[in-house]
Design a protein around this ligand. Structure first.
Ligand SMILES: [Zn+2]
Length: 400
């Protein structure tokens, strides 16, 4: 049992392993911080030090949740599990409408849960300004991805300018932000071009839900399939949509053009040919894994070995409570460890901390135990010490 009052008085921590992230893990290392959690030093041993608090397990910087939708928190448990993307998104359109108080209460609870789960920063998708006040008051850092949706090219200009207006409101409340497309099958190439020009002008990063369903590829390759049927049920015959004869990713990258920093989220059906093609179009690609959301919606995980090849930038996200059982990066790590034992913990924790901090632009303060940063201090305990790995029973506790 750890006495939390004591922890807040002592800022010299020793653990079985410290993961500074910018350097290799240190067995029985020491982390020294000031009162506010600013890192003063990371040492190999406690020689000559007094008042060192020994904690069992691993110490790592605060987690970065690179993909969330805080404003969908009230949909927890309401959407069908394991029935594929089209069956998942169909009811969202009506279900997301709810009383303001219900939405706000759910967001507040979700934010508190993320904080308790050791998350210090979030890349959060926004379709509205519902979450802005809550986030502006929070100690947690947010980058708002203002998401726009319209497959009709005639509406591209209007939808884009609404997105920019929402971005202005986010900026006025002191949060960094970008205006981003939802998914290949919900935006026109004209809207993608407008977003890309905006991102190049501002230097802001983009993200897009990518190949979350195999039906995206079917739609783009020959214009058929369940996504076309989904639109037909909404009374939209997609008369302006032209199949590109490619997978959806290539179509998106072609429309976006070069020079934008882009986070591809999910990638459940992304294959090697997609990646080779993708790198011809955009050298600044990063990837976000949301494994529990993938299991929730499609019962399928992406090819993580393939995505992680060649030191590609991998980040982790929870997606929303509409498509996940929890908002916990540790839970995402557990799913990764369960599905594939070939990644060491240093690599996994780099995905969970520094990579997300870098993509969201928070690397000056977050992501590593480097002197001068204030990255949060997480203790992961009940771990597999023999293999220096988290266990399915592992838990996280926020020390600072
Ligand atoms: Zn999402």
């Amino acid at each position: 049992m750890i006495n939390s009052t004591f922890l807040y008085l002592v800022r010299k921590f020793s653990a079985d392993f410290i993961f500074p992230i910018n350097s290799p893990p240190i067995a029985n290392g020491i982390l020294i911080t000031d009162d506010h959690g600013v890192v003063l030093d990371v040492l190999e041993n406690n020689e000559g030090l007094e008042d060192v608090l020994r904690v069992p397990g691993f110490l790592c910087p605060g987690f970065i949740n690179a993909h969330c939708h805080l404003e969908l928190s009230h949909l927890k448990g309401l959407l069908p599990e394991k029935q594929g993307l089209v069956n998942f998104i169909t009811p969202i359109i009506n279900l997301r409408k709810a009383e303001k108080e219900i939405i706000e209460h759910a967001m507040r609870e979700a934010q508190r849960t993320m904080k308790d789960n050791g998350i210090v920063a979030v890349g959060d998708i926004c379709n509205t300004d519902d979450s802005f006040c809550l986030k502006a008051e929070s100690a947690m850092q947010y980058h708002n991805f203002i998401e726009v949706i319209s497959i009709d090219p005639d509406k591209a200009e209007a939808v884009f300018s609404e997105g920019v207006k929402l971005q202005d409101r986010s900026k006025m409340q002191g949060m960094t932000s970008s205006v981003v497309p939802h998914a290949p099958y919900t935006v026109s190439s004209k809207l993608l071009q407008l977003l890309s020009e905006h991102a190049r002008r501002t230097g802001e990063p983009l993200c897009i839900h990518n190949q979350e369903s195999e039906h995206e590829n079917v739609l783009f390759s020959d214009g058929t399939g369940p996504i076309k049927d989904f639109y037909a049920k909404l009374g939209n015959d997609l008369k302006f949509f032209r199949a590109t004869g490619t997978n959806s990713l290539e179509a998106v990258l072609r429309a976006l053009g070069e020079g934008v920093s882009l986070l591809l989220v999910h990638n459940t059906y992304t294959n090697q040919a997609d990646l080779l093609k993708a790198e011809e179009y955009n050298a600044k690609l990063s990837f976000c894994l949301c494994p529990n959301a993938n299991l929730y919606i499609e019962q399928m995980l992406p090819d993580i070995q393939l995505l992680a090849k060649n030191d590609r930038m991998i980040t982790l996200g929870t997606d929303s409570l509409a498509s996940n059982w929890s908002l916990s990066i540790l839970d995402e790590l557990k799913t990764l460890v369960k599905s594939d034992t070939r990644f060491d913990l240093s690599t996994l924790l780099t995905w969970a901390t520094d990579n997300g901090a870098k993509f969201l632009g928070f690397e000056d303060k977050l992501g590593t135990f480097e002197r001068g940063k204030q990255p949060g201090v997480n203790l992961i305990y009940d771990v597999d010490l023999d293999n220096v790995m988290i266990d399915q029973a592992s838990k996280v506790r926020v020390l600072l």
